[in-house]
Design a protein around this ligand. Structure first.
Ligand code: XIL
Length: 386
């Protein structure tokens, strides 16, 4: 049933929301009918945004706000190819509140203003995460000099104030990010530990975060987001069990984001099955941070080039891109597909996985790669088959 995705995700723009603030985003079925995305004047018919829009899918990108401001070519791509944006960093707690009590909303507001101007939705990323926490809260996401009650209060303030500040402007919030270890146990984060020290179940911070976010912005769709949920594993089974528990407790959770940071060396996951796993619980699902890294070649200057792969790795990379988008399109509840950056020069991959890269759709000079054309072919085929 394609319509429900298109009604929910097809073309709700921030402009639409501004005139209709009661849009029922949290409801499983959208009641108002927004205009189809491809009628938007912003996007050319051959853009990823328009083509995905014809399929009821929102096609997003993680945005580096410095590049958006300073690089004209980057800005052109980010604003004309994509129907939603995610803040790559500027909505995270550490970057927003490096000094306790001094919250810098500026870069996030600038991103939202750009999104409004360009008819794009916004995915909020992320309210509660053990990484990129402010040093005053925890330098490493675990240790803290605050008392458990102070940690809980700080978390409540963070969730409530942030969701309130951006109320009505965020389509989907990644409320909690990466709460599990690979073996399916809960990660012992500063939040988990504080709850346990207060005599509460450690993982109750997750339910609280969703409740506080919903109270602050009842129209935002609230997501749990994590990596390595693409393969069937103890982690994805634990995430499924958590979602069931949250739903049984009437916690307002509306979606699960599978990040989709894939690497060719590990093979292609049974992604469709794991998207469907959460869809079967009645939730929206999304691919929220897709990039596909592979082994790259030395550039002769002590670095690596992200522009030329061996023919085998190029073919595998393209097949992975095709596979991720096809998996999302095959699952009705998969309403958005977001790539984690525009060009390889700004990708987080080379810094974190040395020797790997070429993980995005544009190269280091922001030229389109074959991967981009591969995705357009997938969209074109899907449109024809409708
Ligand atoms: C990354 C950003 O891309 C980097 O710029 C930053 O230095 C670290 O975080 N999972 C997530 C994202 O949920 O927020 C991460 O983004 C990548 C992994």
């Amino acid at each position: 049933m394609r319509t429900s995705r298109s009604l929910i995700a097809g073309a709700l723009s921030l402009a639409t929301l501004a005139v209709a603030p009661t849009a029922a985003w949290a409801a499983p079925v959208q009641t108002a009918t927004p205009p189809p995305a491809h009628e938007s004047h912003q996007f050319s018919r051959s853009s990823l945004a328009s083509m995905a829009g014809e399929l009821g899918l929102t096609f997003g990108v993680a945005v580096n706000t410095d590049e958006l401001e300073n690089d004209r070519k980057y800005r052109h791509l980010a604003t004309t190819q994509f129907s939603s944006v995610t803040a790559e960093n500027v909505m995270k707690w550490g970057p927003m509140e490096p000094v306790r009590g001094e919250i810098d909303y500026g870069p996030a507001e600038a991103l939202i203003a750009s999104a409004v101007e360009n008819d794009q939705l916004v995915r909020g990323h992320t309210l509660v995460w053990h990484s990129q926490t402010p040093a005053w809260l925890s330098p490493d996401g675990t240790e803290t000099t605050l008392t458990p009650q102070q940690v809980r209060d700080a978390m409540q303030k963070r969730v409530t104030e942030t969701a309130t500040h951006f109320k009505g402007q965020i389509w989907q919030w990644d409320v909690v990010n990466e709460a599990f270890n690979e073996d399916g146990t809960y990660r012992r984060t500063v939040f988990y530990n504080a709850y346990e020290a207060l005599g509460l179940p450690g993982h109750q911070y997750i339910a609280d975060a969703f409740r506080w976010a919903h109270a602050a912005d009842p129209d935002a769709l609230l997501f749990y987001n994590d990596y390595n949920l693409e393969f069937t594993s103890p982690k994805v089974l634990a995430a499924e069990a958590m979602v069931k528990e949250l739903l049984a407790q009437d916690v307002p959770i509306h979606g699960v984001g599978l990040q989709g940071h894939l690497a060719t060396q590990y093979g292609f996951p049974n992604l469709q099955e794991n998207l469907q796993r959460f869809a079967d619980l009645g939730l929206e699902v999304a691919l929220t941070e897709v990039d596909i890294r592979t082994f790259v070649q030395p550039d002769g200057n002590g670095g690596f080039t992200h522009e030329v792969l061996t023919p085998e790795l190029q073919a595998t990379t393209e097949a992975f891109w095709r596979g991720t988008l096809e998996a999302c399109l095959a699952v009705e509840a998969c309403n958005s597909y977001t790539v984690w950056g525009v060009g390889d020069a700004n990708s987080w991959v080379p810094g974190v996985f040395p020797g790997e890269g070429s993980a995005l759709l544009w190269d280091e000079r922001l030229n389109k790669k074959a991967q981009f054309h591969e995705l357009r072919d997938v969209l074109r085929d899907a449109i024809r088959q409708q």
